[in-house]
Write a protein that binds this ligand. Sequence first.
Ligand code: NAD
Ligand code: MG
Length: 382
Amino acid sequence: TRKVMEAIAAHRDPSRLPVRLGDRAYDILVGEGLVARAGALIAPVLPARRVVVITDETVAALHLPTLTAGLAEAGVGIVSTITVPPGEASKSFPQLQSVVEAALAAGADRRTAVVALGGGVVGDLAGFAAAIALRGLTFIQIPTTLLAQVDSSVGGKTGINLGLGKNLVGAFHQPRLVLADTGVLGTLPPRELRAGYAEVAKHGLLQGELWAWCEAEGARAVAGDPTALAHAVMESCRLKSAVVAADEREESEEGGRALLNLGHTFGHALEAECGYGGELLHGEAVAVGLGLAASLSARLGHCSQELPGRVISHLQEVGLPARIGDLKRRFSAEALMGRMRKDKKARDGAMRFILMRAPGDCFTTSDVAPLAVQTLLRDEGC
Ligand code: NAD
Ligand code: MG
């Protein structure tokens, strides 16, 4: 039956979402079995039938053979396959240098495309390598985590980390095509799938209708249901790409890409306090951040008093933390506020928040009294 199911999936057309970015416009394809058909799907956008594939060890073991076969089938040659260790540490200058050198040493030229097969780490590293190697190569994203499919593979931000902080060096480099194969999510650890779902819930709260879908059907996506996952990916990409198309380089002060940071002011502070060693995944921090952003919005009178309860109970129902008390460690309100004042989004030391009036109606503000934030954090047990 598995073979038959695969054959059926292989003949169903993927859903296609055009991202309108003028001469950098591209498509996001969402569906099952796209990795196996990658050669035929990407061939039309390649400058020449040759690619460099960049992946990590975990993803290579699970999905690289399928990609290699899919490329060979369409006559797309692989100049080199470059495999980096899994994990955030691979987003570094040394790793970037070795990836670019390996690609060029293997014979990559200006008509060679870079294909990223992996999660957000591989996408950010490979995308930055593609942006700078030979002053810019065609870039294809094949995201393999839910987070990468709904968030990092869309929008053109690429980059690496410094000791000073995350994502401090990078470039905008739009992909030429994104293949979101929901089938590969089947091998993703459930905790990673849930963490990616936090960004879907965030997109839901920004968009409105998608939030109603999350409350009704989101649990099915978190349980791995392929139809529900495909819907979550498609609608998330629709929301994010529309926001990006309106504000490609995050230049808008009000709204625009900054809205995508809903839940992230609190989330980044919690993540930074925990260190980036896996104690708290980014999506888990964002989930708590969404709960806190809803609570802050209600306390300031911007949204209904019911909304925080609904946000928190939905996230908790799908197995995500949504309150500081859901996390195992204790946090100091002062330390968290110190982090939020130093956040990349902060202006002149004023914390910057995305607040909610209702699902589908969010706004950015730097005008929140620190005391309101402190009281909230204290009430949350800090
Ligand atoms: P990740 O790339 O580290 O992947 C998480 C883990 O899952 C890794 O161990 C990976 O090897 C493994 N994995 C990947 N696909 C798998 C699969 N199909 N089956 C089994 N295991 C699999 O992490 P992530 O959560 O995908 O991405 C996080 C990164 O994305 C961060 O570096 C973050 O800064 C970046 N990011 C970038 C943007 C952007 O706009 N560029 C947006 C959000 C996040
Ligand atoms: Mg995020």
